[in-house]
Design a protein around this ligand. Structure first.
Ligand SMILES: [Zn+2]
Length: 407
């Protein structure tokens, strides 16, 4: 069957690609010594175990693991110019304040840095990105890149009276992205930065979009301990953060619950994918609460881990074993170059392996490929070597270090 695809195409190999490797990870499991066959456009034609000499004719062999292009489920391309600008281990409130203080940079500098970061992500084997946008800075680059983007246009504003203005600003940014890429949605930034009124507007706009594939939502979640403290007691570093920004919190009443349990009911969008990003300070009760809401509204939850950024900002990782034990969907993200030394999903796998050396490589690879593709709604095209998909091909070492992009 593999050979029949080459019939009538002259030299055969020139019309496509045949690859073997020590292992091929197909999106689900590692297949020792398998053969991958793609056409000239990179579309998967077949994957066969125990190929015979006839199958192997003209195949290129690689030492290591061949896997589908990696999926970066959380990034901020437009912050690429902030590489190295913020010191490590400041904690989130301190980090957020520094990012705000660094917002005005020359456009050319922003554009040059994000173009470089996009090219580097491609080289790093990244096929698709879930990218947070607060501006249209990345719009031009995204119209001429090999990477597939899902844009999350973020709404930010904790003052209830600013909800309409903040929503209208984000909506205008969203419209510009949506016109060129329908895989663009309006999303909340984080529990501590979005008012109930603004959540209501986001929820309304998401629910109005036709088709569940459009309802893909992302939110930063429980990235720091002060975030939960702010909701539980109304005290902690976020009080100073808002004071420094000149925001009067006179209206604010803490809920007495964790941040996630407070705001998730505002984000009850039926038939949606909800990507909860970071989860560094999420506990069992929060997880149970989230799963319960997801079940009642037919929401698909994805917990996106950004270990590189968590180590950079908080020097702590989420409770990965709790998430693994609960059998939830996991995906990986790099966050931005403001909070990471590189945008590399292979590097994120390294961070996790370092903390959990016994973790199954198949599990980790599935988070980095098919699960990430599903989170972003790109699973029909990317994330696994299944016939008809065009997922890209990346070579990793058996320790899951990046060797190079193959296709
Ligand atoms: Zn982020």
């Amino acid at each position: 069957m593999i050979e029949s695809n080459n019939q009538g195409k002259g030299a055969g190999l020139g019309q496509g690609f045949k690859y073997t490797a020590d292992y091929i990870f197909d999106g689900y499991r590692l297949r020792k010594g398998a053969l991958l066959h793609l056409n000239a456009a990179g579309e998967v034609l077949g994957l066969i175990d125990s190929p015979d000499a006839h199958n192997l004719k003209g195949a290129t062999h690689f030492a290591g693991i061949l896997c589908p292009g990696l999926i970066n489920a959380h990034c901020h391309l437009e912050l690429s110019h902030l590489k190295g600008a913020i010191e490590k281990k400041t904690g989130l409130p301190g980090f957020a304040q520094k990012v705000m203080g660094l917002r005005s940079f020359p456009k050319e500098e922003i554009t040059a840095a994000l173009e470089l970061a996009d090219n580097k992500m491609w080289e790093n084997g990244i096929q698709a990105v879930g990218d947070i946008c607060n501006t249209t800075d990345s719009l031009a680059k995204k119209q001429q890149t090999k990477i597939l983007y899902r844009n999350f246009i973020e709404c930010l504003g904790f003052l209830p009276e600013q909800a309409a203005a903040r929503f209208n600003y984000a909506y205008k940014v969203w419209e510009q992205f949506y016109q060129v890429n329908p895989a663009s949605s309006l999303v909340p930034h984080a529990p501590y930065s979005v008012s109930a009124q603004l959540f209501a507007k986001i929820n309304q706009s998401l629910s109005a979009l036709p088709g569940p594939e459009k309802r893909i939502i992302s939110m930063h979640n429980q990235e720091s301990a002060p975030e939960n403290e702010f909701f539980r007691t109304g005290r902690g570093e976020f009080i100073d953060f808002y004071k420094n920004m000149g925001i009067d919190l006179g209206f604010y009443k803490p809920s007495g619950k964790s941040s996630l349990q407070t705001v998730l009911p505002y984000l009850g969008v039926a038939d949606s994918n909800l990507l909860l990003v970071h989860n560094t300070f999420m506990d069992k009760a929060d997880l149970a609460f989230a799963l319960n809401q997801a079940k009642s509204l037919n929401m698909q939850l994805y917990f996106v881990l950004c270990p590189g950024a968590n180590l950079y900002i908080e020097n702590r990782l989420p409770d990965i074993l709790m998430l693994l034990g609960a059998g939830v969907n996991l995906a990986l993200g790099t966050d931005s170059l403001a909070s990471n030394d590189q945008l590399s999903i292979a590097r994120e796998m390294q961070h996790i392996l370092q903390a959990h050396p016994a973790l199954s490589k198949e599990t980790l690879l599935s988070w980095a490929t098919l699960s990430g593709a599903r989170a972003l709604g790109f699973e029909k095209l990317l994330g696994s070597f299944e016939n008809g998909k065009n997922p890209g091909v990346v070579l990793l070492s058996e320790e899951l270090d990046l060797i190079k992009r193959i296709l």
